[in-house]
Design a protein around this ligand. Sequence first.
Ligand code: UD1
Ligand code: MG
Length: 455
Amino acid sequence: MTQTNVAAVILAAGLGTRMKSAVPKVLHKVAGQPMIGHLLDRLTSFGTDRTVVVTSPDMSTVAEYVAPCPTATQDPPLGTGHAVLAAREALSGFDGDILILFGDTPLLTEETMRAMVEARRGKNNPAVAVLGFTPEDPGEYGRLVNESNGGLEKIVEYRDATDAEREIGLCNAGIMAVDGARLFALLDEVGNDNAKGEYYLTDIVAIARKKGWGCVTVETDDPDEVMGVNSRTGLAEAEAAFQYRLRLQAMEDGATLQDPDAVWFSHDTRLGKDVTIGPNVVFGPGVEIGDNVEIRAFSHIEGATVDRDAIIGPFARLRPGADIGADVHIGNFVEVKEARLDEGAKANHLSYIGDSWVGKGANIGAGTITCNYDGFFKSRTEIGPGAFIGSNTALVAPVKVGAGAITGAGSVIAKDVADDALAITRAPQEERTEWALKYRIRKKAEKEKEQKEAG
Ligand code: UD1
Ligand code: MG
């Protein structure tokens, strides 16, 4: 970690009542990761000297999630200014710059964090740098009241703003960089005489100005970056904005997205070169895709690794632990979980392959199922290189099919099969000459009789 002389406080103690959820707001996910996780990732690459998350006592799940990052408890939550005060002890002795972030603002970039700290360290040594933005709809964001000379005079919360102040388009993103040597002197003076009866962090600007300390605004031209999620609608908007960012990045890095808007990435999806992705493909967390892989439409991939030149889908499902080798083909309605398929293996239609190893070049026929679960325990299936599993084979695990072996279509294989053997469990086929013809004649006569009797 680089030494930046910056500490960060992430505020996450708010009730998030507008989410109408039993889950704390900052644990709601964007691109498969809790919002606060995005901020922690950005701070890790930014390189803070200390980071502390402010939570409330009934949010043990937040503390568990952010561990080993320390938490400070705000009890009860009485506003954003009050929340930062809860971190006083955790920040004691630190006099560098303090970045204050909101746990519900997950799209913030490292670049902006850097710009904030630079601004705070800029000309005339301002006490506070505030991140501003001009959204299309300023809604209920706090408004930044600037002086004509460009300095920041105060922040007014929407509920406390006059009509004229509500006309201001420049809004408070909620992110601040504050001189650590002056932060708590400012917070100690914040009161709660306002519409919400809360201790607003935003008040420190006017307090600093009264003390003769400067305050500056850093403006981002990307309103999406500072979107604060307060409701489910907001969560969906943040998701859309983040997905847009991930799709753009994937294409810039050399992937072809046939319909970018219909591909859903996870925050951590890794793609090789010349990957082609069809429409309606969803990536859950923990996916790594190798070079020249083609992922066809309607595939769902999570916790899986796919090696070079493989073809996945359409309509394939790769679940956690799917380890797809080079040049493997996984076709429609094939589900793979916790299974390794070696180079060139094929499972093209309607299969479940779980807790398995499939050797090089093996062919898994349509409808093959690995019966890996007996209601109590999971067991493994091993299919040797070059084996040919006939259509509709049930492989009752634990079971091994040897290299080059064949299983007959429709077989239930519950015992190991030797290399190069044929295993078949079908009942022998019987044929009854003209049985079908006689059957139809008899049934037709019965039906006609019944209709006559009914009149
Ligand atoms: C806040 C800002 C507003 C800004 C907006 C940007 C204040 C007073 N208002 O409003 O100017 O435009 O964010 O998104 O700062 N929190 C605590 N403890 C509390 C209250 C809140 O930790 O007692 C945390 C929340 O968990 C959340 C963050 O602080 O992560 C912001 O709180 P929220 O209630 O969403 O503030 P906004 O009304 O959005
Ligand atoms: Mg908010």
